[in-house]
Design a protein around this ligand. Structure first.
Ligand code: NAD
Length: 441
């Protein structure tokens, strides 16, 4: 499942075209802090609360050795950042990527705090990661890396304390390895209760129906609410997706079901387009076989620049953070950017988009379907229940739509951009909790 081809096939036209490489990325943590400052001013957040939220509560860095298939040892660096838990246990994904850094994980952990607070989900925010490229490892190496990382975290995670979930480069299988290791190393006294130490598990291991598709489904709920507000007909419209993994592929499949057409898509290896539409189901089969969208036969390869300039109604970034800079914002020809990925847009680029009349549905709302169904999974585990798919999907839809409309009203009443409104709602909930509880002692 994880092992993907790493050899470059015969030079594709996409790679052959000359293109400036994207510039080095900015610091996600600084950018998230800037967004926090902006929203704090907009809602008059107390200085004391802003001070508390300016740094994560806990920053864990672990180094652990893992035996490779050839019997050599390799040392890995892993992170777990626990940003805030005033509203409930820490919650957030685990990322496997070669560019994971402390500040990236800090930024992503902070975003989880605002996301859960925005939805009134009783969780705080966290994030974890290991700095390595999972595509270069066999399934058995991935299992040992995951189990050693979990062992290194030890009792720093737990079903009532800090609950990981999948993110870039990890999936349901990864979560099952985390769960199994945790149960056997830390929580062996009450094994069944320990299943909810992670969410996003396989169904067989206690996962929830609807979790795998939840983030993409949540993206689409935001799009349907946006379309309703803008009186825009989604049937027959076009969209483009950057990143065709869990979030991007499911959003694309669900959008196709309601009559929208994917005209361009890209991943870590390259970009492809077809103005007549690309079938996301067939593309997903191609990706499962080859590891990338590249080489899909019912399309032509395009450059990254051409991808951003491709005309479509909806643009869904669903890959990594900080992909939309000023250059990309000027190139985009869409009506709305729906942030499936966490932190895909630089603030300067967002300002340009808003000036041009392009709407931006911010990450903490747009991709919150994942943590919402993670919460449902955790509740099912806690109550020893299994909810039907329809029940999960109904609950998700209601919550996404309610939160979307709440944020839209908040933005309108206070004359705020959508992102500041979403942050503002979350921050007010956090402020209320702190002002009642105070700080110890
Ligand atoms: P994934 O690993 O399943 O997929 C990531 C996709 O991005 C892959 O198609 C990969 O090839 C592509 N990609 C990687 N680097 C790229 C690059 N430089 N340029 C273009 N494409 C690139 O990950 P995912 O779970 O789908 O997560 C995608 C984004 O959504 C991340 O920002 C993640 O934090 C966010 N997110 C995920 C969830 C979830 O439930 N999985 C929930 C909320 C937010």
């Amino acid at each position: 499942m994880f092992r993907m081809s790493t050899t470059t096939t015969a030079t594709s036209p996409a790679l052959a075209k000359k293109e400036e490489p994207p510039p080095a990325k900015g610091n996600l943590y600084t950018i998230v802090q800037g967004q926090l400052d902006k929203a704090s001013k907009a809602i008059n957040l107390s200085r004391e609360i802003a001070l508390i939220l300016s740094q994560p509560k806990n920053e864990l860095i672990v180094h652990f050795p893992v035996r490779m298939d050839d019997n050599s040892y390799r040392l890995f660096k892993g992170y777990r950042i626990q940003h805030n838990n005033i509203l409930g246990p820490y919650k957030g994904g685990i990322r496997y990527h070669e560019e994971v850094t402390l500040d990236e994980v800090k930024g992503l952990a902070a975003a989880m705090t605002w996301k859960c607070a925005l939805h009134d989900i009783p969780y705080g925010g966290a994030k974890g990661g290991i700095k390595f490229n999972p595509r270069l490892h066999s399934k058995s190496e991935l299992e040992r890396i995951t189990r050693r990382y979990t062992h290194a975290l030890g009792a720093n995670i737990g079903p009532e304390f800090d609950i990981p979930a999948p993110d870039v480069g990890t999936n349901a299988q990864t979560m099952v390895w985390v769960m199994d290791t945790y149960m056997n190393v830390v929580g062996f006294h009450e094994k069944n209760a320990m299943r909810r130490v992670v969410t996003g598990k396989t169904i067989a291991a206690g996962g929830s129906y609807g979790r795998e598709t939840a983030t993409g489904q949540g993206v689409v709920h935001c799009i349907t609410e946006w379309a309703k507000d803008r009186r825009f007909n989604l049937n027959g419209c076009s969209f483009t997706v950057q990143g065709f993994g869990n979030v991007g592929s499911h959003a694309a499949k669900i959008l196709a079901k309601i009559g929208a057409s994917m005209v361009a898509v890209g991943d870590y290896k390259g970009y492809i387009a077809n103005p007549e539409g690309i079938n996301p189901h067939k593309l997903a089969e191609h990706v499962a076989q080859t590891g990338s969208v590249e080489g899909y036969k019912h399309s032509r390869p395009i450059t990254r620049d051409e991808f951003f300039a491709a005309e479509s109604d909806i643009f869904i970034p669903a890959a990594l953070e900080l992909e939309i800079g000023e250059k990309e914002a000027k190139a985009l020809r869409c009506k709305v950017v729906v942030e499936g990925a966490n932190g895909p847009t630089y603030p300067e680029a967002e300002a340009l988009l808003l000036d041009r009349g392009v709407d931006v549905i911010p990450d903490i709302l747009a991709n919150s379907g994942g943590v919402t169904v993670s919460y449902f999974e955790w509740l099912q585990n806690k109550r020893s229940e299994r909810w039907e798919l329809e029940e999960v999907e109904d609950k998700l839809e209601r919550r996404m739509k309610r939160t979307y409309q709440h944020a839209a009203d908040f933005a309108q009443e206070r004359k705020l951009d959508f992102r500041s409104a979403c942050y503002g709602i979350g921050l007010q909930r956090i402020e209320a909790a702190y002002s009642e509880r105070g700080i110890f002692p």
